[in-house]
Design a protein around this ligand. Structure first.
Ligand SMILES: [Zn+2]
Length: 392
């Protein structure tokens, strides 16, 4: 067995290398929809991983950025074993030009910049972890597939199929997204649904012949109240009508109105209930059209027995390093929702500690790098039998 404490110290002496690699990624802006920029950073990342001698495969996409799949098949590790799947993304929510106001900078042990915490810091952490494992001839317990994707922040529309396919044949998924505040891992995530509600009435002069009009806004108001009442906080289901619009002028009975709805669910049953109630909405006012589009975007990531086994293993690794590790549930979604929903045991929130995801003070705490890298290495080496699979 390798010495986790020694591994941790070795990582802490490599801060300069880490900073240099991270700076390079943060200073290449990569908002999800910008294929040219996202592909450019994807090329840099794949070159970094090729440098480690791993097999890097670029999956070309027409509209979104290309996806990166990397396979690590160390000698003497049975290539027929189900691999670990490590998941992360290199797109960010930040538009081009953000760097001017939020430059990459280091203040004491904090590193600031767009996409540091969510989650370029973690791709570099994984890279450094593999490099250090190779240097010390530490082998993972099974092959490892790393999936670095280009469109997580906008719902993973182009990467979802790839993520699900890899997850179906994986031993377990380790998702490098940011942890809970305080560093706790994420063992449950809510599912996310998003809907658009449109109403179409009939416009008329509001002073001359209002009786000929059919107000799309009045109809939408009825619907908003109906939709909000689908929430069931005691079951973990929350609803937010987050945006609304409509009408053309004060003196016109509005012909059109719309609303955008965000729904969060903790269980699949609730996801199905919300979806069927949304699809079953009927207009209240006569002669007004109601159009519902959208649906469940990410299924819930439910804490299963296998999740618990995985988390306990992470906790044992932390214990050996004199650290306590907690777990928690969040309302936010990630690609862990997809891996978990196809039945792959999933542990999420394995990234560096920090703060301010999607906020101007986005930062990571460099002091968490050695521990998080060692935790990842420890998991990859774990001989844990999660599902009694592969047993004769
Ligand atoms: Zn993220």
């Amino acid at each position: 067995m390798w010495d986790a404490g020694e591994f941790q110290s070795a990582i802490s002496t490599q801060q300069d290398l880490y900073l240099e690699r991270l700076r390079r990624l943060v200073e290449m802006e990569s908002p999800s929809g910008d294929k040219v920029r996202v592909d450019r950073i994807g090329k840099v990342i794949s070159d970094d991983w090729s440098e480690l001698g791993l097999i890097v495969e670029m999956q070309s996409q027409m509209e979104s950025g290309n996806q990166i799949k990397i396979r690590w098949d160390p000698a003497a590790v049975d290539p027929g074993l189900k691999p670990w799947l490590v998941v992360g993304h290199f797109d960010t929510v930040w538009p081009v030009g953000t760097l001017l106001e939020m430059p990459f900078r280091k203040e004491s042990h904090l590193l600031y910049g767009p996409g540091t915490y969510d989650m370029k810091a973690d791709l570099v952490m994984a890279w450094l972890t593999v490099a250090e494992m190779q240097k010390r001839a530490i082998k993972p317990s099974r092959p490892v597939v790393f999936l670095w994707t280009s469109d997580e922040e906008t719902g993973s529309h182009s990467s979802r199929e790839l993520i699900e396919r890899q997850a179906k044949s994986a031993h377990a998924a380790l998702v490098l997204e940011p942890p809970m505040a305080g560093g706790a891992l994420k063992t449950a995530r809510k599912g996310v649904g998003s809907y658009r509600v449109e109403t179409r009435g009939r416009s008329a002069h509001a002073g001359v012949e209002p009786e000929k009009g059919r107000s799309a806004i009045l109809e939408l108001a009825h619907q908003v109240i109906q939709i909000q009442s689908m929430a069931a906080p005691e079951l973990g289901t929350t609803i937010n009508v987050g945006q609304i619009g409509g009408g053309s002028a004060n003196n016109v009975v509005p012909e059109r109105a719309w609303a955008e709805v965000d729904a969060r669910v903790a269980t699949l049953e609730e996801a199905l209930r919300i979806d069927s109630e949304m699809q079953a909405l009927k207009p209240v006012t006569p002669n007004v059209l109601l159009i519902i589009s959208g649906g469940l975007n990410r299924p819930p990531m439910v804490r299963t027995r296998a999740t618990e086994v995985l988390f306990m293993e992470a906790r044992r690794i932390a214990d050996r390093l004199g650290r306590s590790l907690m777990e928690g549930a969040t309302g936010g979604g990630s690609d862990g929702n997809f891996t978990s929903a196809v039945g792959c045991p999933t542990l999420d929130g394995l990234g560096l500690e920090g703060a301010g995801a999607h906020a101007p003070h986005e930062q990571i705490d460099l002091r968490s790098l050695p521990f998080r890298a060692t935790l990842l290495a420890g998991l990859l080496c774990s001989e844990l039998d999660i599902n009694h699979e592969e047993r004769p």
